[in-house]
Design a protein. Sequence first.
Length: 424
Amino acid sequence: MYKVLLVDDEYMVIAGLKKLIPFHQYDMEVVYGASSATEALSYIAHHPVDVIITDVNMPGINGLEMVRQMRKQLPHAAYIILSGYKEFEYVKTALNLQVADYLVKPVDKVELGQSLSQIARTFASKKVAYPLLRADTTEEEFEQMLRTKSSVFLAAAKTEQGEHAVPFTVLGQSVFLFLTEDEGDFLLSRPFHAPYVASFQEFTKELETYFFYGNVALQPNTSAFRYYEPIYRVIIQGNLQQILEELGLLEEIVLKTTPRVSTTKQLFIQFVMDVFHLFEHLKPDDMTQIIKKLESSKTFEGLSQCMRKEITQLFSQHRLNENVANVLELISSHYRQEISLKDIGAQLFINPVYLGQLIKKETNSTFAELLNKQRIKAAQQLLLATNNSIEDICYSVGYSNVGYFYKVFRKLCGKSPKAYRQQV
């Protein structure tokens, strides 16, 4: 129902209007009676109303000034001015304020009823002309329009259908949003319920997710970031092929969990930033340009292609020292064996001390740290993909001491192997 606010410094006038005027016949209800303009202005600051019936001559702020101030907050409300004066200036000012009516006290019941009836018809016509499904629709507007609906769905389709259909564009895709009492076979539909504003915002986010990923089951509450820690530990090793393989794994995870579009873009930006930081001499502006490209992606496929292109270009333009790249490759291939920096130095015909300095400079890690990261990454994958015992996994990734394996695993992962397997 439309909400009515009565404003008059005479209590009996407010009580008389409530008793004499059948507001319900005009689909209206009196929600508050204020004895001053100040009180009325304070009320509407937290309780929007549709109709204001006010006296002109009140102490302090008069009714006309109050209407002028209210118009800033309630531009679509209807205002009826009551006054015991017939002076033309009052009428002129009221007309300038575009009030719905100007009535002289004592109020004629029939005359006020006709005015309220006209206001109700005007509101009804505006509801048809002014779309309900829009970003700035208030909770009160949704409640008013849907008060007679026991069950309704908010849906999206390529063609115009249902009730209150409006065109909507998301990620370059044009669709229609509408209300329906039938779930139907639409692009997307969800039960529409209070709080309506939050429900509408949630639906538009899901629609964005739908178009970004394609026909994928939505699981918006699943966090993909919990998978990122082991991926990061591969990135910092600086091997392009391994990084692209981890990117492929991340893409699979994201397609299964379909996080919010903004979350996925944030996750991929974090990924490419971690790769970017491998090359310490690069400028922040270079990263800014990459971020802009990722942010502008309209589909997950486009985002993935952009990621691979940018990462590959980073490595092609800023290659790691060839000897360090060889060390990383040897670690990746032989981490299950007993290998040392001395052994690799001999294999590459490089002084191990000098090789260690190169590794630290290029990767910001020591040889031992890189070896441990590779072994623990392999252990993580085995913990998730097999039912092998932790002891067997320890030996299979190159450790000969289970206690030391636990210590390194906890240091790099923040939890024990058992806790890691149970949590994931």
